[in-house]
Design a protein around this ligand. Structure first.
Ligand code: HEC
Length: 126
């Protein structure tokens, strides 16, 4: 009985600890991807000006196309589109398929691991 509870506790602790470790690692790898591919068009810092694309500081959780001071394209956006990891994934995989008419002139990040890593990195920009 007690042994069983200990096992359950251990398992719960592993569940809590494991994702944190994975996310931290992914975000570091994702920063490298960001610098290599996205930084040409996007600033990751709070005071960094928008470049060709909007600043991505605090982009996770932000409503799409709403960063003040940046002129977004007239792409038809779902009015309820908030940038969560789930929505960033298909956008980054194929921007123009996910958002027809978007001015993000980028073909898409096809590598699943790199995409997951860069999304983890975007989550740290806050
Ligand atoms: C060639 C320049 C370019 C590259 C490279 C690029 N982007 Fe963009 N990005 C843009 C532009 C321009 C927009 C604005 C799109 C619009 O208004 O339709 C944008 C929009 C976005 C948005 C939506 C922002 C918002 O507030 O709605 C996200 C998220 C984003 N880019 C992430 C990325 C990531 C991550 C990468 C690297 C994998 C990347 N972009 C690579 C130019 C680029």
């Amino acid at each position: 009985m007690r042994f069983g509870r200990t096992l359950v506790g251990l398992f719960a602790a592993m569940l809590v600890a494991a994702p944190m470790r994975v996310v931290a690692q992914d975000a570091v790898a994702g920063e490298a991807v960001f610098r290599r591919i996205c930084a040409a068009c996007h600033n990751p810092t709070p005071d960094g000006p928008s470049k060709l694309g909007p600043s991505l500081f605090r982009v996770v959780g932000r409503k799409a196309g709403t960063l003040e001071g940046y002129r977004f394209s007239a792409a038809k956006r779902d009015p309820d589109l908030f940038w969560t990891a789930e929505r960033l994934d298909p956008y980054l995989a194929n921007p123009r398929e996910f958002m027809p008419g978007t001015s993000m002139a980028y073909a898409g990040l096809k590598n699943d691991a790199e995409r997951a890593n860069v999304i983890a990195y975007l989550g740290t920009l806050k």
